[in-house]
Design a protein around this ligand. Structure first.
Ligand code: CP3
Length: 341
């Protein structure tokens, strides 16, 4: 059995499986080489051959236990007829939504077909002891980019929109639930072994908004996926959501919880179901710093993660991370020692 699947079914193993969010990205020279051949990031994501190649790079380079599909959470707004672009040094740029736009989405889910082709290709090429993870963004996280038009520090515009435009926000989240459910179902049908829902902007929400914007849409997605006969484990990643993580684990229907860096691994066990797998939560900053700092942080997580655990970061690998340090982390997890630099 794949190690990740074993842990997701509740087994505690001596050596935890490991993969890292953004393991296929700009810290890898082989990624940059392929990335350079397509100017536009969206075209790159929709190129199944290139996306397959970069999905597999971290497996070849690091022997990670899981590959994560190379795509982006912001492909879903494209299926709703919106324009998305990525500007160097800025990040995603979208045309900010108005209430009227929400009534007039031009839905075309066929746009997402190349992503399923990537999943099929990767699953064919990946050794069967490795897990393939598919994903989507949480509807609220995707909505924040659609409403704000770009990444912003506090999502104030999106939150004010949510408070003031009850009907429009419900409609927008329903559209996103619908497309994201189909996106996940088709990834699983194409061969994804596990699905992850990235809720990167789950922070600073009142419990009222957390329930409305995060829990309810997540519940609906999981129901649609299960109603379609998909039984694969679903990992939820509600980033920086504070105590709301309790309600999220209890009510959303997720199979396993991915935790960002601030969550004390030894405390979260007390309020999640016995044998639920936890994924995370090495500080990405420690990975950037390396050396003794990194070694101590890795050991700390190994010591505290009592129970089924998938080793990962609390957020993604940054472009300045050294390859040697990722290798050292993996070696430390598997052998007890690593050559940190
Ligand atoms: O290795 C992997 O993790 C798989 C592929 C993946 C990407 N994005 C590739 C990517 C995944 C799972 C994502 C998810 C994603 N995308 C999230 C949720 C996780 C998180 O980071 O919080 C979010 C919020 C996005 C939206 C997004 N995509 C932003 C804000 C940016 C710009 C920031 C940046 O790092 O440049 C992206 C671009 C992006 N997505 C890159 C990669 C490898 C870098 C683009 C490049 O190659 O130039």
């Amino acid at each position: 059995m794949q190690k990740v699947m074993s842990v997701l079914s509740g087994n505690k193993v001596n050596i935890p499986p490991v993969w890292m969010m953004r393991q296929a990205g700009r810290h890898l020279p082989e990624y940059l080489r392929v990335r350079k051949t397509t100017n536009n990031f969206i075209d790159f994501c929709f190129n199944s051959q290139k996306a397959t190649e970069v999905t597999l790079q971290p497996i070849d380079r690091y022997d990670m236990d899981a590959a994560i599909l190379f795509a982006d959470i912001l492909l879903v707004p494209i299926a709703l007829g919106r324009t998305v672009s990525f500007e160097k040094g800025i990040g995603p740029i979208l045309d900010p939504l108005s209430v009227n736009d929400i009534r007039n989405f031009q839905i075309n889910t066929d746009t997402l077909e190349p992503v399923y082709e990537t999943v099929r290709e990767v699953r064919k090429k990946l050794h069967n002891n490795k897990t393939l993870i598919g994903f989507c963004g949480g509807p609220w996280t995707v909505a924040t980019y659609m409403l704000e038009g770009k990444g912003t520090p506090n999502k104030e515009k999106a939150k004010i929109f949510a408070y003031k435009n009850e009907e429009a926000i419900n409609d927008l989240l329903d559209y996103l639930v619908h497309i994201s459910s189909e996106y996940l179902i088709k990834q699983a049908e194409a061969g994804a072994d596990v699905l992850q829902i990235f809720e990167s902007w789950a922070s600073d929400l009142s419990p009222y908004l957390f329930n409305k914007l995060i829990i309810e849409p997540t519940k609906k997605i999981i129901k649609h996926v299960r109603d379609a006969g998909i039984t694969v484990p679903i990992i939820g990643f509600p980033k920086n959501c504070g105590l709301s993580i309790k309600e999220y684990v209890k009510s959303s229907g997720i199979s396993a919880i991915a935790v960002s860096t601030e969550v004390p691994l030894d405390q979260i066990r007390s309020f999640i179901p016995r044998n639920m797998a936890i994924q995370g939560n090495l500080d990405p900053l420690a990975l950037r710093i390396g050396g003794k700092t990194l070694k101590n942080q890795v050991q700390n997580i190994l010591d505290k993660a009592n129970g089924p655990h998938i080793f990962n970061l609390g957020h993604g690998v940054t472009p300045d991370v050294k390859i040697e340090n990722i290798k050292a982390v993996i070696s430390h997890i598997r052998t007890g020692e690593g050559n940190y630099v």
